[in-house]
Write a protein that binds this ligand. Sequence first.
Ligand code: H79
Length: 413
Amino acid sequence: MTVTSDEDKIKWWKDAKFGMFIHWGLYAALGRGEWVMYELNIPVRDYERLAETFNPVRFNAKTWVGLAKAAGMKYIVITAKHHDGFAMFRSQAEPFNITDATPFRRDPMRELTEECREQGIVLCFYYSHVIDWHHPHAVHNKYNNVWDYDTDSKHFPTYWNGLAKPQIRELLTQYGPVGLLWFDTAGGLSKEDSEELVELVRSLQPDCLINSRVSHYPGMGDYQSKGDNEIPMYGEDSRAWETPMTLNQSWGFSTKDQIWKQPEAIIRKLVHIVSKGGNLLLNVGPDAGGLIPQLSAERLREVGAWLSVYGEAVYGAAASPFPYEMEWGSVTVKPSRVYLHLTSDDWQRELRLYGLKNKVKQAYVLSDPSRTPLETAQSYDAGLDHHTLAIRLPDKPANDCMTVIAVDIEGEL
Ligand code: H79
């Protein structure tokens, strides 16, 4: 077996920058998010009955993966099992799963695996390893099921050895290479148990990445999951990180929540995150019929249209070397090249960039196919040993929510 270095192992993911999160499960049938069982204290026996009519015949892996692709996303993280404990994949570990308990009987994880391979997207699984409202012995976490089960009679190893580990093993052996496992809400899990889980993943798929929420102890896993919808300060994380974000205000399908982020806001958040060195994992919540809501799909396509023009300034780009917010937008970089992402609402005639180590060769609008050089002026400050660049901007491009100027530098930044 070839062992990849940690740096090589995570490179695909760091370069990818933009992924699709998918929250899909039985809860979609109730249309009020993935916490509905907890919020309404739905008894396990009643919740199980949702499976009897769960038949998402309009699910089409090609359409979902095609949407991720059209949005410019490079990986998909889908809820193989969320807190309700229902496995959305073929499982021998217990019958509470999509192939055994529903009339649908198909395994959407298998169909997605095949389609992702076809379309060149990396498939990854979310697995709720600690909260499981369906299982009587899931570890005591303050959010576990206390309406059906008595906390004192819980026997954690029954859940851990009987369900969590076997299902994680299934996810890592039934579907070929898995890009990463996304764990969540680890409160109540001991450090030793989290470490055991990490070892299990490593032993089955050494290249599979693990997010930090595998444990509530800091620093575990291969990268830092920020809080839900949280964008950190510059330089807050010393290791790779990702913001999981909702498109409206829900993860699971909701008929009530119609507060949607506009494409422009999403593009700005994506660029802002990349300028700080992170990834954006943006969520969709398909309905119980198997469709991704139209309002989500159309927004994602607009983000993808922007990325098809300006993607060079996002994929594989590194964080801004300037540790402060720019009043006019965000900065991303590649070797010897700086990308200035300009928000268009208060378009200026001139833009200044301070603190460059080397002179600038040229600057141009990234969407301009002829790369016509923009007018620039440079000065050198011997005391500070840095260069300042002034760029005369063209007229604000129409229909462009963010315009990127590429600046080529003579040498390093
Ligand atoms: O999977 C998504 C959420 O379901 C999950 N993480 C993201 C990625 C998550 N797990 N825990 N939490 C989020 C935080 C818990 C929030 C709560 Fe509440 C506040 C639980 C009870 C009060 C939100 C509001 C859920 C129910 C009411």
